[in-house]
Write a protein that binds this ligand. Structure first.
Ligand code: GAR
Length: 197
């Protein structure tokens, strides 16, 4: 299975996928390209270091959102993936891309959906909201991407306990270590070897 990984920032989830392919946790899978909307994303460096083709498709390089959406879809199609993996990609996937890749785009979200998800819930904001609400358990979710925000079919979830001393930063790190970097590679491996889930 050929995958394209879309990123916006640090790329630790991308790194988890690269490592899992390297150590055989993910089989039958090749990363054929990495796309970032942000030229400064450290994820681009991780891709280059791993010898993976990495490109930037930035809204700043297009006259309007529609043109960016077309450019993003073209960039994905050029790489001809079987599966598109959103690994910290903070761009709303355009409807024409959802239609073209129906049930072939997955996303990792840093909470137990349907808690702390939807428009405005991304990155640290998700963990701030969980701490603010006072929940004792959070986690991460891998799900298919549909036209909504974090509304697609759930593939896999893993719970993480919140500690009384947690800050948004310590919680984000633990959710990554104990959930995201585990279930995202697992979900990819499952799709690569068992087809759709
Ligand atoms: C991850 O925590 C990911 O779950 C989150 O952004 C972070 C990216 O980190 N994604 C979202 O919030 C999507 N709504 P990374 O660049 O180090 O993988």
């Amino acid at each position: 299975m050929n995958i394209v990984v879309c990123v916006s920032g640090g790329g630790t989830n991308l790194q988890a996928i690269i490592d899992a392919i390297g150590n055989g946790t993910i089989t039958n899978t090749e990363i054929v390209g990495v796309i970032s909307n942000n030229i400064n994303a450290y994820a681009l460096k991780r891709a280059e270091d791993a010898g993976i083709k990495a490109i930037c498709v930035s809204p700043a390089d297009y006259p309007d959102r529609e043109a960016f959406n077309d450019g993003l879809l073209e960039a994905v199609k050029d790489m001809n993936p079987d599966l598109v993996v959103l690994a910290g990609f903070l761009v709303k996937i355009p409807p024409q891309m959802v239609a073209e890749y129906r049930d072939r785009i997955i996303n990792i979200h840093p909470s137990l959906i349907p808690s702390f998800c939807g428009v405005g819930y991304y990155g640290l904001k998700v963990h701030e909201a969980a701490l603010e609400r006072g929940v004792k358990v959070t986690g991460a979710t891998v799900h298919y991407v549909d036209e909504g925000t974090d509304t697609g079919k759930i593939i896999m979830q893993k719970a993480v306990y919140i500690e009384p001393t947690d800050t948004a930063e310590t919680l984000q790190k633990r959710v990554m270590e104990q959930a995201e970097w585990i279930i995202l590679p697992q979900a990819i491996n499952m799709i690569a070897n068992k087809g759709k889930v």
